[in-house]
Design a binder for this molecule. Structure first.
Ligand code: 16G
Ligand code: ZN
Length: 531
């Protein structure tokens, strides 16, 4: 077929270094940018096949999120704006690793296995982050799409969640919104302004938020959003890329892992701040107190704030909808305890990686999911959305129910349900704090985090560790879990687990206990047991 000939010619311009092996992991491919040109071309091919197969628009995002500037990466977005289905990740790995001369055979194998009608047209949306390598790498994706005869739309610089949003809008014929940046900003900012109407007498201080943009795409996009927000929210943007290096001593990952302020931010005690990561799909909040101590409000605190807000609204609206919070093993034990025992919501624990949380959240009327690292969103089932819309349109209900229904309706609109989105999460958090008249310190005192520590351990083969029970227990190597159990017993309120990283060649160790000293000691002892 004509297209295969074109692929064969064009792929010569994006040759694979012989012997290089990479894997489509939890967040697609991610490594040093100079190893990725052939991967990008081939992911353009794969996205085109996926589009033909699903008869829908597919997304390809070029980014390495919170990794250093020298890295890059790529991930595919499925028709409803969700991550690429796992059954296709294997094809990604196959295509990536097949040597140059076998490329057509591998491609044809996939076409045959999936019974893809190659005459069907293909549409692919492409986006990229601000890395210096992203321009040429996204061009390689576009070349791949073109070689297989697919149509592409290049969104240029966008956040990862913005591209997910565009794909979903496109495939739902605009029901989710317009597949444009303007559409995205106006949907979110209108919902924010409706919610903010329900906040009384906010001072300028209360409206003021400091944002660390990680010197990345989020800084650019939050500035674009700003002009749509009018006076409802005032943003001071730091690390906007004009001086510093992407993710270097700043951004959500740095702040969460180091538990300290990012470089380049000017704050006074009590000021409310947040940090995005390099592609703006993660957010954490923080402040310093009068003694200069740093306080972090991570994904767990965010999930608690959002789920308690939603639960109160459901009660006021008189709607009987099942709400659940989905976490991973990294969730602070205090947050799980608070959610289950004080708030009395259902809590589920899944493996690390957004797609696992996303799927678990889909099983409920309302599923709030957050990783402790700040990646998360809220999913509303179609039935739940229908009931909320119906109630909001009902003229025979009292004012309290009407107001709750109105707030729920706008909460749905402010949320990017396709994936965790720092900008959308930021707006929702700001709206909730405003409506509740709550300061960041008051939010922080909902529960107190148990002291915890994360460590990385380098081992010769991290795959010898296999886990079960949502990564909370190790089944191999034999004896490891017993050793961890024995160590945990030595401490109060203690918990620890180990898991092989999906993104780095290390084993991760997590420990929490009643004091920081004990959490540190436990993490250290467990990491010795891993060797
Ligand atoms: C990826 C995941 C993130 C997870 C992290 C864990 C997505 C989009 N991203 O970045 O959710 O927290 O991996 O990394 O799924 P680790 O396996 O190295 O601990
Ligand atoms: Zn990210």
């Amino acid at each position: 077929m004509a297209h295969f000939k074109e692929v064969s010619q064009q792929s010569g311009l994006h040759p694979k270094p012989a012997g290089l092996v990479l894997q489509y992991g939890t967040a697609g491919f991610r490594t040093n940018a100079n190893q990725l040109d052939h991967i990008m071309f081939r992911m353009g091919l794969l996205a085109t096949l996926r589009s033909k197969k699903t008869k829908a628009t597919i997304g390809v995002m070029v980014t390495a999120s919170h990794n250093p500037e020298e890295d890059n990466g790529v991930k595919l977005i499925d028709p409803m704006g969700e991550m690429l289905t796992s059954s296709w990740e294997g094809y990604g790995t196959q295509l990536a690793n097949t040597e140059q001369e076998e490329l057509l055979t591998t491609l044809k194998d996939i076409v045959e296995k999936e019974a893809i009608d190659m005459s069907h047209e293909a549409n692919v949306f492409v986006g990229k982050d601000t890395r210096s390598s992203s321009a040429s790498l996204s061009q390689a994706v576009l070349d791949g799409i073109k070689a297989l005869g697919g149509h592409s739309k290049d969104y240029g610089l966008v956040t990862t969640p913005q591209l997910h949003y565009m794909v979903c809008c496109q495939n739902t014929q605009g029901k989710y919104g317009d597949a444009t940046l303007e559409g995205y900003y106006s949907k979110l900012s209108q919902a924010f302004s409706q919610l903010a109407k329900n906040a009384s007498n906010r001072t300028d201080d209360q409206k003021h938020l400091r944002v660390d943009g990680a010197n990345g795409i989020g800084a650019i996009k939050v500035r674009e959003l700003e002009s749509h927000l009018k006076k409802d929210l005032q943003l001071s943007i730091f690390n906007d890329g004009s001086r510093g290096k992407l993710n270097h001593q700043c951004g959500a990952d740095f702040v969460k892992v180091q538990q300290k302020l990012p470089i380049g931010i000017k704050i006074n005690p009590g000021d409310r701040c947040c940090s995005f990561d390099g592609d703006a799909d993660r957010i954490v909040y923080y402040y310093t107190d009068s003694k200069g101590h740093f306080h972090l409000l991570d994904g767990d605190k965010i999930a608690t704030l959002i789920s308690s807000f939603l639960k109160e609204l459901l009660n006021e609206a008189g709607l009987d909808l099942k709400i659940a919070v989905v976490q991973t093993a990294y969730a602070n034990g205090s947050s799980t305890y608070y959610l289950e025992n004080t708030m009395k919501v259902i809590v589920r624990c899944t493996k690390t990686g957004v797609k696992h949380l996303h799927h678990a959240a889909q099983e409920f009327d309302i599923g709030v999911y957050f990783e402790a690292n700040g990646h998360g969103t809220v999913l509303f089932s179609r039935g739940a959305e229908g009931k909320i819309q119906q109630l909001a349109a009902d003229t025979n209900i009292n004012d309290e129910r009407k107001k709750a229904a109105f707030l729920l309706q706008n909460t749905i609109n402010i949320i990017n349900q396709t994936v965790g989105d720092a900008i959308s999460d930021m707006l929702l958090i700001e709206a909730i704090l405003a409506i509740k008249g709550m300061t960041v310190q008051q939010w922080d005192t909902i529960y107190s985090d148990l002291p915890n520590r994360q460590l990385k351990v380098k081992v010769s083969d991290r795959r010898v560790i296999e886990t079960t029970d949502a990564e909370r227990r190790a089944v191999t190597p034999a004896g490891l879990q017993d050793a961890i159990d024995d160590l945990v017993k030595k401490y109060k309120q203690a918990r620890s687990f180990v898991r092989p990283s999906g993104t780095e060649d290390v084993v991760r160790v997590y420990a929490e206990a009643d004091t920081q000293e004990n959490a540190d000691a436990l993490a250290h002892e467990v990491s010795l047991a891993v060797y």
